[in-house]
Design a protein around this ligand. Structure first.
Ligand SMILES: Nc1ncnc2c1ncn2[C@@H]1O[C@H](COP(=O)(O)OP(=O)(O)OP(=O)(O)O)[C@@H](O)[C@H]1O
Length: 630
């Protein structure tokens, strides 16, 4: 037996390791299982290259618990290590790796910003073990050796009894880490980090139901099912994203979605298979969920893997924010894992990867649009929020998606931007040559306005996503001569301003009289009374909210827009239809009470059509209406 002292510069590195990443102790298992998987992968490669001539057998990793001894063991039948290699890898390289890592991050030890906390490697075992034994035998032959270390810089190295190639890493768990002797705890960690590792990981056994081997039948004549104890393989070594798209059916993709998110009931709409090996390595499958109008849904987060090892499910700094609405996996060994999150976005590879994914997503959507427009349209309501979000926040995505962006009108017809322009150009051009796109955010609530727009021969779009106010602003700034105006933003004649605007045909005195009457029945600081020459078939009074004011307020509510606008009181225009017979009647009514009551009634009707009449006002309105009928 030989003993030695690990080449330590920071004498007390072990206590630091123990404290390090306290909340994330469980990652030691990921590190050790990954090392074991690497060792088996190396053997597979050596065998392929002809450097290891024997049959490698069934390569796998075994995780086992011995409660009596208080140990957790990670075993593999991979390459193993010679005595020299143990010296080199465990005492020098692994140690210096751990040391370097800690030096770099000690001051931010608790900074969970370091993604996945990769790089601590083998020495993370000391976060949970008071002693670690490594019993290993190299594939090259020679004696097996046992290395032991009690969590201080001293170690022992001796010959060991092991005839099979491979390595056992035995952790003697310390008092605070007894939880790792529980099957459920270990299953949970393996499930989280090792679910898709490329080599079979065995953890104990499980009971399954199989046909009775003696062929015994039950009362119905069916072969009886009996319990059978089988090995419990916790992972799927060949998850869908590692396969070629040509080898996968739609059902395979659906099944993989289930595998990723067993608790999710929704089916994804479609998927994108990512597969790049130059200039960076990236594989993965992204799924489009049904978003409807909700951007705050419980997100099935995108999972990030590095060579099939789970790293994290918060990928905000790796992909543009709008892409985090998608589900699925990204696997790339080229994403640096031991840098702090704030540096990630600056990393050249991360930038390239993020651009690539954005491009792929846009390409997929565009090709769906081109290939089967009907199908694309049928999915539109479920994906539009995603597309709007992307087009709002990412210029490249905007440019790529512009041709595949759809606008839907109140008739349920879909148009591209160009098609729609062509449709409305003639009738909806204003005096400044801007093409005015009229839209409704709620077709039911704004029905009266939609109707009067239609009566003018105008077309109205339905734009009901939570991002609408931001999005129309973006379209106005990106497209030439395009204006968006909500149908209830102004009197119908003013929505699209034409040259031949007429003044209301009321004298100034008449206007003054009516203004006083109306100001007497509404809150003066909330409503501005205006007179319009509308059609006599239009309503006598119409309430509108200026486009600019409403948009700013809405933008504030979803974030962005002008500061302080959401605190502004709501301001409305009270448009009096100068041509309506009821208005003339009010003007000439001599009985003041009656005049007031008629004015109030006409305002309430306008409020009602805007869904603004609530509570006591609504009750009063109903009573007044009943009295009028009587
Ligand atoms: N189960 C094992 N079988 C064979 N060699 C191993 C095993 N575990 C560790 N080693 C050797 O010890 C070295 C150091 O391991 P360590 O986990 O500290 O670092 P790493 O795996 O190289 O990198 P990382 O920090 O990303 O984990 C490995 O590179 C490998 O050569």
């Amino acid at each position: 037996m030989s003993t030695g002292k690990i080449n330590v510069q920071t004498e007390n590195i072990f206590p630091i390791i123990k404290k390090f990443l306290y909340s994330d102790h469980e990652i030691f298992l990921r590190e050790l299982v990954s090392n074991a998987v690497d060792a088996t992968s190396k053997l597979k490669t050596l065998h392929k290259l002809g450097e290891y001539k024997e049959d490698p057998g069934n390569l796998r990793v075994n995780v086992s618990i011995d409660k009596d001894k208080g140990t957790l063991t990670i075993s593999d039948n991979g390459v193993g290590m010679t005595e020299d290699e143990v010296q080199r890898y465990l005492n020098d390289i692994a140690f210096s790796g751990a040391e370097e890592f800690l030096k770099k991050y000690d001051d931010k030890a608790k900074d969970s910003g370091i993604i996945g906390h990769f790089g601590l490697g083998f020495y993370s075992a000391f976060m949970v073990a008071k002693e670690v034994d490594v019993i290993t035998k190299s594939y090259t032959g020679g004696d097996a050796v046992k290395w032991s270390c009690k969590g201080d810089p001293e170690y022992t190295l001796e010959k060991a009894d092991r005839s099979e190639r491979g390595t056992d890493v035995v952790l003697h768990l310390d008092d605070e880490s007894q939880e790792f002797l529980e099957d459920n705890r270990i299953s949970g960690i393996l499930e989280k980090y090792c679910k898709f590792l490329p080599v079979e990981i065995k953890f104990g056994t499980k009971t399954i139901k199989v046909d009775d081997p003696d062929g015994k039948k039950d009362d119905d004549g069916n072969i009886k099912k009996v319990d059978k104890e089988v090995e419990n393989i916790i992972n799927n070594p060949t998850p869908a994203w590692t396969k070629q798209p040509a080898d996968l059916t739609d059902e395979d993709y659906h099944n993989f979605y289930r595998e990723l998110y067993p608790m999710s009931f929704e089916e994804p709409l479609f998927h994108i298979h990512l597969n790049v090996d130059y200039p960076f390595n990236l594989t993965g499958i992204l799924y489009f969920p049904k978003l409807k109008n909700n951007i705050q849904i419980q997100r099935n987060k995108i999972q990030l893997y590095s060579n099939q090892v789970f790293i994290t499910d918060s990928v905000e700094n790796i992909v543009p924010e709008f892409l985090t609405l998608l589900h699925g996996v990204i696997d790339s060994p080229d994403i640096p894992l031991n840098v702090s999150r704030s540096y990630l976005q600056e990393d050249g590879n991360v930038k390239k990867i993020s651009n690539h994914i954005t491009k792929k997503v846009a390409d997929k959507l565009s090709s769906m649009f081109k290939r089967d427009r009907d199908d694309y349209q049928s999915k539109w309501d479920d994906i539009k929020v995603f597309i709007e979000y992307g087009m709002l926040t990412d210029d490249k995505f905007f440019d790529k998606m512009q041709k595949a962006l759809l606008l839907k009108n109140t008739e349920g017809e879909f148009f591209t931007i160009d098609e729609y322009r062509e449709k409305i150009e003639e009738k909806q051009k204003d005096k400044n040559d801007a093409i005015v796109h009229l839209y409704a955010t709620d077709a039911d609530e704004q029905d009266a306005f939609i109707e009067s727009a239609k009566n003018r021969g105008y077309d109205v779009l339905v734009m009901d996503s939570p991002l609408t106010s931001h999005f129309v602003q973006q379209l106005e700034s990106k497209l030439d001569n395009v204006k968006f105006v909500r149908v209830d933003a102004d009197a119908i004649d003013k929505l699209i301003e034409k040259e031949e605007q007429q003044e209301a045909n009321l004298t100034d005195d008449q206007k003054k009289t009516l203004q006083e009457v109306y100001e007497g029945v509404v809150e003066k600081d909330k409503f501005t009374v205006q007179f319009e020459n509308m059609n006599e078939k239009d309503n006598p009074v119409v309430i509108t909210q200026p486009e600019f004011m409403r948009r700013m307020k809405e933008q504030q509510q979803v974030g962005g827009g002008m500061m302080g606008m959401s605190n502004m009181p709501d301001m409305f225009n009270l448009m009096i239809n100068a041509n309506h017979p009821l208005v003339s009647k009010i003007l000439t009514e001599q009985d003041q009470d009656k005049q007031k009551s008629l004015a109030k009634q006409s305002v309430d009707l306008a409020m009602l059509s805007q869904n603004m009449l609530k509570g006591k006002d609504l009750t009063a309105f109903i009573k007044r209406s009943v009295n009028m009928i009587d």
